[in-house]
Design a protein around this ligand. Structure first.
Ligand code: S5P
Length: 480
């Protein structure tokens, strides 16, 4: 029987061990699985590849891919066994040349079986599946060799990823116990541990389900929206087939304008931090306006107004930047309560100056940083203000789907395809994940574009994956 043989082999080679082990998380576990050692035992690897090939025999897919690095040797053998092409996934993005995350010969929409050695929470599977989706490949099955039975499989179910495992740790332990390789106590300790340690399914799964069901088309959102900013934005989105906001956080005005010029056809919003331009002058604004007119995008000044009404009024209309004269929309923090929004919206209704330059307001509901203070209670209060002032608030910057007023939009920063974070607290997700889990309507990408070797090519890429992620959300299927 294959389970028996496999259990004995793993036990004898010390790949499954029983005792007291401190895991990466700091938790003490009564067992430890070290599948990396497998590469030292080609015959076990080979027989495992045969078992996997048998399990995959009747399934339809185009490629095999191993989660780096642990599953690479095994996935190569399975690919050979089935004579199916392999895709090699990198752990980190290649620094030179193509900067690709995946190597192989494949085309968009190809189905891929993703293999990993052990599943615990399912997170590394999800991350690898996201890398496939970023290239518009379809992870049709996530197959693990051993399921630690700590909730990973349920987590993948909740993320709508078909998944299977070859062995369950409890079955392997039972076999070892029946054959007196481990004691009753060791077996019991393992069962107690896996029951106690089950990871809870990430809360975002609630959002996934609802976002898949209620993902609205841009056309519907355009019909629902009242504010001219959103009407225009949604029209541009449909026309350009782009949901990309480019965050041009570039200090030099010449470099800024050059970069914007090259990416402009691919974006619908240009997001600025006007106060980081070192050589700012009014000519810069004139150039910016010309580019906007020529390439048809909207300008969002990410000033994050966060003060009392009187101060935000002056910050918006006065000073050297005169934001009111050129920005189509501005970001506002609701930390001062509704005061800032009210001051800006009353200006819209009241002053003759404001009548020309009424801002579309995007409230910051939730930040992307690792230790943000924008907890759920805070977000709820921001959303309440957004709804109350829905005549001026056109959307929110957030990391999760919120119940907004009809026509209000979710804008999501912290988007990058290659890394999970920067060195200063920023956290990243892929466009696919944003659309699947965060209710995203517009993705905001900064360094992913302007720090790349070829910003224009990167903008094209983010435009494509963003658009595909939107389409996939409409179909309830995420492909990129
Ligand atoms: O929570 C937030 C809100 C914003 S507006 N996290 C963010 O990163 N942003 C902005 O998005 C941030 O100020 C920056 O301009 C951009 C993200 O840049 P990137 O280089 O990390 O993509």
């Amino acid at each position: 029987m294959q389970e028996e043989l496999f259990a004995f082999k793993l036990f004898d080679k010390g790949i499954i061990r029983f005792g007291e082990f401190t895991l990466k998380s700091g938790i003490t576990s009564p067992f430890y699985i070290d599948m990396r050692k497998l590469c030292a035992y080609p015959t076990i690897l080979k027989s495992l590849a045969v078992i996997i090939a048998k399990q995959l025999k009747d399934k339809e897919f185009k490629h095999i891919c191993g989660v780096p690095y642990a599953a690479l040797a095994l996935s190569s053998l399975v690919a050979q066994e089935l004579n199916i092409p392999q895709i090699l996934m990198r752990k980190e993005q290649k620094k030179y040349g193509t900067k690709k995350m995946l190597e192989g010969v494949f085309k968009r929409g190809d189905e891929v079986v993703l293999i990993d050695d052990v599943i615990t929470s399912g997170i590394s599977f999800i991350e690898s599946a996201n890398k496939l989706e970023a290239e518009a490949l379809v992870p049709s099955l996530l197959l693990s060799i051993i399921d630690r039975e700590q909730g990973g499989s349920k987590n993948l179910d909740a993320h709508h990823y078909p998944n299977e495992s070859i062995f369950k740790i409890s079955e392997l332990a039972q076999i070892l116990n029946q054959h007196q390789k481990i004691t009753d106590l060791q077996y019991q300790q393992l069962i107690t541990f896996i029951n106690k340690q089950k990871v809870s399914i990430s809360t975002s799964t609630k959002n996934i389900n609802s976002s898949i069901k209620i993902r609205k088309t841009y056309k519907t959102l355009a019909q629902e929206s009242q504010h001219p900013f959103n009407k225009k934005l949604l029209q541009l989105i449909q026309q350009k087939k782009s949901n990309l906001c480019f965050s041009a956080d570039i200090n030099d005005k010449t470099k800024f304008l050059e970069t914007v010029k090259s990416v402009a056809p691919h974006i619908v919003i240009l997001k600025t931090h006007i106060d980081i331009i070192s050589n700012f002058d009014t000519e810069f604004i004139a150039q910016l306006k010309l580019l906007r007119a020529k390439h048809n995008f909207l300008i969002l000044e990410d000033r994050k107004f966060a003060d009392i009404g009187n101060t935000v009024y002056h910050q918006y209309y006065k000073g050297i930047y005169k934001i009111a004269t050129w920005a189509d929309a501005i970001t506002v923090h609701a930390v001062a309560g509704a005061a800032s929004v009210k001051a800006l919206s009353e200006n819209k209704k009241g002053s003759e100056q404001a009548a020309q330059h009424s801002p579309a307001i995007i409230l910051i509901s939730q930040m992307s940083t690792v230790d943000t203070l924008t907890d759920e209670a805070y977000q709820e209060k921001v959303v309440a203000i957004a709804k109350q002032y829905s005549d001026v608030v056109v959307g929110i910057v957030s990391q999760s789907k919120q119940a907004l007023a009809a026509g209000q939009l979710h804008l999501t920063p912290g988007i990058k395809l290659t890394v999970a974070k920067d060195a200063m607290g920023q956290q990243y997700d892929s466009p696919a994940k944003a659309f699947r889990e965060k209710g995203t309507d517009v993705i905001i990408v900064g360094r992913g574009i302007y720090q790349s070797e070829n910003p224009q090519a990167s903008a094209t890429h983010y435009q494509r994956v963003g658009w595909e992620a939107y389409l996939a959300g409409l179909n309830g299927l995420i492909v990129g």
